[in-house]
Design a protein around this ligand. Structure first.
Ligand code: ADP
Ligand code: MG
Ligand code: ZN
Length: 639
């Protein structure tokens, strides 16, 4: 929906990416300050610890040495190739220690009388090897450097990973995957509702794991990878676990983000380790949740720090998938889940790797019913709880949403001290989840309440009057914390997958019904309709640019690539000419305006019903769908 052209449509979109950049910056800052401090420490070490420790000897000339020797000052000497070192009496006789080391540059070979003189002076002497330059170099430079480096590494990991600490340094290349033994998985397909097709496909995988010989017998290649694809909260993780539970194999669970590390090579090492473990435990399932963290397309990715690492990790993963043989005796199957299949690298998806793709969508009516039953097992429901109706109330909800609502309704029932959860609680829970908590303390002045009541009545009446409007189940003018001042709840009678142009137009009319009512009653419009306008405009734009419903523009797609599962955000394709843009904008405006006028017309024709419904709403605050029908029928028979 962005209008400006961008040369590179990829952007560091996720919070993850930002976090990673922040982390990289932090580690960089740390490394630089560490380098400075480290150099300082090294210098201090050399200057004040090593130097006084090792080279304390007094340097004297050879003639001085000879003189001291004849004076009997020399205690003992070691003769080396190019020097004579040893101990001489302290020049200050009262000082301790009595003898101090000395060091003389000399060429002992050129002084043949030296030995005689030493013997004459009764000095103990020995011959020594030259001190190993390598040894002292190691001691003076390499050792402290290694120590500093090790310490830096430790701190570096801490500063980046935000934890991990000393333990992490020893387990860097180790996979963080946790192996879950089959008997501990604890979920089976009985715990997954509304995913029958996915389960049917996964059953086949289980067969591969259980009786690989049977498939290998005919020479077929057992599939290696299964990719679960679908919107968040639809039970992908749950399905993977349940598959392990059903198959009775070891299950290695890990998440894509666990392979994303600062150091190039660490993620790859983890991948290697993970597959090694899995092979040992075969038959096994390796499950990589949220695989998009490592599997992102390499082409066109923004080059930030850590990208090399991701690439290496991905390559290692590809190599592992290709490398291991799913032998008949030790099958290993990789499962992965993502809600962004469009960003995955094509190399991952090619045949022979993740060659099975299983789509897990939001559940349909029957599926929702199953999920409701699964998640109410531990919940006490009223005997007359209408499952069917409850399932109808939750179109478009994911399994996770339904689980959440079921739980909320139990909490709500407990709050009103009921001994069972009634359908009303369930309904309240939906409202709570969808619209935010009721906030009775928020006081609206009378004029505002009236505007909101007309507005909501407008939505409801238009919904009842257009041919394809979803029936209204409830209207309320009780403000909610999430900002809505009132709302009209429509309950679709069935799940819809295809919508016609007429139906879409009706939807836009319903969305604008609120503002239309305000306009014809008060001849005034308010800010309350901004969300309605937004949704209407978005829908109209999609009709024009995606569904090809504008005659002027024809069946041509003008929208960019759509991010399938995340909110349906459409990226600008960038290849629409300026002129076409103007036509698109004009068409969108026409689509919206036409429906706005249509809604106004409908409400003008049923002005009495609007009045009646609004009055009832002002009185009761909340009315059900029947009130809309009655208002229409009564006023019709009057006129
Ligand atoms: P995803 O991985 O697809 O984002 P999860 O598997 O993590 O979703 O689902 C979260 C929770 O929602 C599950 O633990 C389960 O309680 C509930 N849930 C989701 N889908 C289903 C389903 N189809 N059947 C039963 N429960 C579900
Ligand atoms: Mg998940
Ligand atoms: Zn509205």
């Amino acid at each position: 929906m962005l209008d400006n052209k961008r040369p590179n449509p990829k952007k560091p979109d996720s919070d993850d990416e930002k976090k990673r950049q922040e982390q990289a910056r932090r580690q960089m800052r740390f490394s630089i300050s560490y380098l400075i401090v480290g150099m300082l420490v090294l210098w201090l070490f050399q200057e004040f610890i090593l130097t006084p420790l090792v080279v304390q000897a007094t340097e004297i000339s050879y003639s001085e040495f000879k003189q001291k020797l004849t004076e009997g000052q020399i205690v003992k000497v070691t003769i080396r190739d190019t020097s004579i070192v040893g101990e001489m009496k302290n020049p200050d006789p009262k000082a301790t220690p009595a003898s101090v080391p000395f060091d003389t540059v000399a060429n002992p070979q050129s002084d043949p009388k030296l030995i005689e003189q030493l013997q004459a002076a009764n000095v103990a002497f020995s011959f020594g090897r030259p001190p190993s330059p390598i040894g002292s170099f190691l001691f003076a430079y390499i050792l402290p450097l290694v120590l500093l480096g090790g310490f830096w590494y430790l701190m570096y990991r801490r500063s980046g990973a935000g934890g991990g600490g000393i333990g992490a340094i020893f387990g860097v290349g180790k996979s963080k995957a946790t192996e879950v033994k089959a008997e501990d998985v604890g979920v089976t397909y009985k715990d997954v509702g509304g995913a029958d097709e996915a389960i049917a496909e996964l059953q086949e995988i289980i067969q591969f794991l259980k009786t690989p010989e049977q498939f290998a017998k005919l020479g077929g290649r057992i599939p290696k990878g299964v990719l679960l694809v679908g919107p968040p909260g639809t039970g992908k993780t749950l399905l993977a676990k349940a598959t392990a539970g059903e198959a009775g194999t070891s299950f290695f669970e890990t998440s894509g983000s666990e392979f994303v590390e600062m150091f190039v090579g660490v993620g790859a090492a983890r991948v290697r380790d993970l597959f090694e473990q899995a092979r040992k435990a075969a038959p096994a399932i390796v499950f990589i949740d949220e695989i998009d963290a490592i599997g992102q397309s390499r082409a066109g990715a923004v080059r930030f720090g850590g990208n090399d690492e991701r690439e290496q990790t991905l390559n290692q993963l590809l190599a592992e998938i290709d490398g291991f043989q799913t032998t008949a005796t030790a099958p290993v199957i990789i499962m992965a889940a993502t809600n962004r299949p469009e960003v995955l690298d094509p190399a991952l998806l090619r045949a022979g790797r993740f060659d099975r793709q299983i789509t897990v969508g939001n559940p349909d009516l029957a599926g929702r019913l199953q999920i409701l039953k699964i998640h109410s097992q531990s919940i006490k429901l009223a005997p007359d709880f209408d499952w069917e109706r409850a399932a109808r109330m939750t179109p478009g909800f994911s399994g996770a949403d339904i689980a959440n609502i079921m739980n909320e309704s139990a909490l709500l029932a407990a709050r009103r001290n009921a001994d069972a959860v009634a359908l009303a609680d369930f309904e309240a829970a939906i409202e709570r989840v969808v619209a935010g908590l009721e906030k009775r303390s928020r006081v609206m002045n009378e004029a505002e309440r009236k505007t909101v009541a007309y507005h909501e009545s407008g939505h409801a009446l238009v919904a009842a009057l257009v041919p394809h409007g979803d029936p209204v189940s409830k209207i309320s003018i009780v403000p909610r914390t999430r900002g809505a001042l009132g709302y009209t709840m429509q309950m679709p009678t069935e799940d819809r997958y295809l919508l016609t142009q007429d139906e879409l137009q009706d939807r836009i009319a319903v969305m604008l019904g609120g503002r239309a009512a305000e306009k014809i009653v008060c001849n005034q419009i308010s800010t309350g309709a901004s969300d309605d306008i937004l949704r209407a405009t978005e829908l109209a734009r999609r009709m024009v640019t995606e569904f090809g419903m504008s005659e002027k523009l024809g069946s041509v797609r003008y929208a960019g690539q759509q991010l399938q599962y995340l909110g349906g955000a459409v990226e600008d394709s960038g290849n629409v000419s300026q002129d076409t843009r103007q036509v698109i904008d004009g068409e969108v405006q026409r689509f919206v305006t036409e429906q706005y006028e249509r809604a106004q017309g409908l409400l003008r024709a049923h002005r009495d019903a609007l009045e009646k419904l609004t009055q009832q709403l002002l009185q009761q605050e909340t009315v059900d769908g029947g009130a809309v029908k009655r208002a229409l029928e009564e006023t019709l028979s009057h006129s």
